[in-house]
Design a protein around this ligand. Structure first.
Ligand code: SF4
Ligand code: SF4
Length: 225
């Protein structure tokens, strides 16, 4: 899931100042699961904003299943139409989705989008993927060195590993120790003898936003690629 955290109330208060009608819009998928932007958080934040802003602002509340798809954003068209600004409790994609679908309204981010990760334990989330565009999990025992090694080393560990921990932070296990242990457990440790070639990071991460176009799906809806 995409993991996010609510911005400090004071930052949000400054952001919404001057607007008279605000829609606080939650997202029913990732940010609900990480307790940052679901129905409960929409209610709590709206109550807090009403108490600090008083009569200055009229606040409406809504939640859509996903802010990153038009079909769900279309369901709140009337509520968006009544608002001067929409405070999104979705991820950064959701905020931009609102802006693209409703360009006449000001879309504001109520959350800080952090990473793609897993719930490790109640109240603890950890990063697992950086969307590098060239997944190598089949070579690393299903553990991502791009996201989980502090240096994104493709052939680790580095000399900084200490007692299984990363030199950058003792709170983090070394990703390459995790990979070694997992491959050992699976009886596939010889996999580590294969050197993973250097990547062309420039090719995968430059040139602006990435897109995926599926000609087969475009064909199905009768539209050109
Ligand atoms: S290698 Fe890591 S960062 Fe890249 S796609 Fe796979 S999990 Fe994500
Ligand atoms: S100690 Fe391990 S996780 Fe930390 S930077 Fe070195 S190889 Fe990466």
């Amino acid at each position: 899931m995409i993991v996010a955290q609510q911005k400090p109330l004071e930052e949000i208060r400054q952001m919404v100042r001057g607007f008279r009608r605000l829609l606080v819009l939650g997202c029913g998928t990732c940010t609900t699961v990480c307790f940052a932007g679901g129905e409960k958080e929409v209610g709590l934040l709206s109550t807090s904003l009403r108490s600090v802003l008083g009569q200055e602002i009229e606040i409406e509340e809504a939640v859509v299943q996903r802010q990153c798809e038009w079909e769900f954003l279309d369901q709140v068209g009337e509520a968006v139409g009544r608002a001067e600004a929409v405070l999104s409790l979705g991820c950064g994609v959701g905020v931009q989705g609102i802006g693209e679908r409703y360009p006449g309204v000001v879309a504001l981010p109520g959350l800080n989008t952090a990473f793609m990760g897993l719930t490790e334990a109640p109240g603890i989330w950890g990063e697992r993927c950086m969307a590098c565009g060239d997944c190598l999990l089949h070579r690393t025992g299903g553990i991502c060195p791009v996201a989980r090694c502090a240096k994104s080393l493709l052939n680790g560990p580095c000399g900084g590993v200490q007692d299984g921990h990363c030199e950058i932070s003792v709170d983090n296990p070394c990703a390459w120790v995790l990979i070694y242990d997992r491959l050992t457990q699976q009886g596939r440790v010889e996999q580590l003898e294969e050197i993973i070639p250097a990547r062309d990071w420039k090719a995968s991460h430059s040139g602006g936003p990435r897109r995926i176009v599926r000609p087969d799906l475009r064909d199905m809806v009768g539209e050109e690629v």
